[in-house]
Design a protein around this ligand. Structure first.
Ligand SMILES: NC(=O)c1ccc[n+]([C@@H]2O[C@H](COP(=O)([O-])OP(=O)(O)OC[C@H]3O[C@@H](n4cnc5c(N)ncnc54)[C@H](OP(=O)(O)O)[C@@H]3O)[C@@H](O)[C@H]2O)c1
Length: 288
């Protein structure tokens, strides 16, 4: 559901073994009806089944941007969409889906994909997929989804700590995405410029405090450094959104940390400032 960059990558990997339906819209839908081109780690062109509205399925992977989750949840509630797995970044998507749907799982992926053009993705990085229930149970649904992914050659693991993993990924993204989007720089610049590294660490520390208050004590400085080294040449998804004059997921990343901080009595001035700046940037862009 939402066959953009990530949805097409998972759809592509799964269609090697399963009957996959790509739910897309607009120009992307038109292009997918002609076929899906994959470049990067894999070079391929495949015919795919692309439709405009969700259909009955055993498993539905939700891969829309977080701000579209509410609308998609309503659309999915009108069909028997089976087990629903959110592979999205940020906090709150599963809760939105759960307000409308019964069997919702959470997923964290480190696979990477870019939309080169409509109907054309770049398979940019092979990673891992972690799947779990928000309550930590390794349910039959979790086992089933992981088996499906694995049998299609996707690296996947059933995990009890999906909530912790999602928050850690969010905290790491919170220290990279808005800085790169506001300054329009690739990820590597954060390590190159002393002041940016200082800023990223201040953002990270706020996230670490929140994680600690949630019972997830984590030291993430080395994780952040490692991500920045490995993705130095990448333009973050938030930067790509800003460059395309699209909305960003700031409300579900830094914005979610600000809200969690308020709930826990933890001050998050850096996350708040970055959220306000990116939201201002969204307004400026939409004025274009
Ligand atoms: N790309 C990655 O490598 C990656 C990796 C990890 C996590 N993620 C996360 O995965 C999510 C998706 O990211 P992405 O990069 O794949 O974004 P994307 O390329 O924008 O893909 C989302 C797609 O869903 C479509 N869509 C939205 N609402 C729809 C609806 N109601 N019906 C049909 N299609 C709909 C969008 O169409 P429009 O373009 O018309 O809006 C778009 O084609 C985000 O939360 C992101 O943070 C991405």
């Amino acid at each position: 559901m939402g066959a953009g960059a990530l949805g097409c990558l998972y759809g592509y990997m799964l269609q090697r073994k399963f009957d996959v339906i790509f739910v897309a819209r607009g120009e992307q839908l038109k292009a997918l009806k002609r076929g899906l081109r994959v470049t990067g780690i894999v070079e391929d062109f495949v015919r795919v089944k692309a439709v405009e509205n969700p259909v009955e399925a055993d498993v539905t992977f939700v891969t829309v941007k977080s701000y579209d989750t509410e609308e998609v949840a309503k659309e999915l509630s009108r069909v028997n969409c089976g087990i629903v797995v959110s592979l999205q970044n940020g906090i709150g998507n599963e809760e939105i889906l759960m307000n409308h749907l019964d069997r919702v799982l959470s997923g964290v992926t480190t696979y990477a994909s870019n939309l080169v053009d409509y109907g054309w993705i770049e398979f940019a990085g092979e990673g891992e997929t972690f799947v779990g229930e928000l309550n930590g149970r390794i349910s039959d649904d979790v086992i089933r989804v992981v088996e499906i992914l694995k049998s299609a050659g996707v690296k996947a693991h059933a995990v009890e700590d999906i909530v912790r993993r999602k928050w850690i990924k969010t905290v790491i993204n919170s220290a990279i995405n808005p800085i790169t989007a506001i300054l329009r720089v690739r990820n590597g610049k954060i390590l190159e410029i002393e002041e940016l590294w200082d800023l990223a660490l201040r953002v990270l520390r706020e996230g670490e405090k929140i994680l600690e208050a949630m019972g997830f004590e984590e030291k993430l400085e080395e994780v952040l450094r490692d991500v920045l080294i490995k993705t130095a040449r990448n333009r973050s998804s938030m930067l790509q959104d800003v460059e395309r004059c699209k909305r960003t997921e700031i409300d579900f990343i830094n914005g979610a940390l600000v809200r969690k901080g308020e709930e826990l009595g933890i001050d998050t001035p850096y996350n708040r400032t970055l959220t306000l700046l990116v939201k201002s940037l969204e307004s400026i862009i939409s004025l274009k």
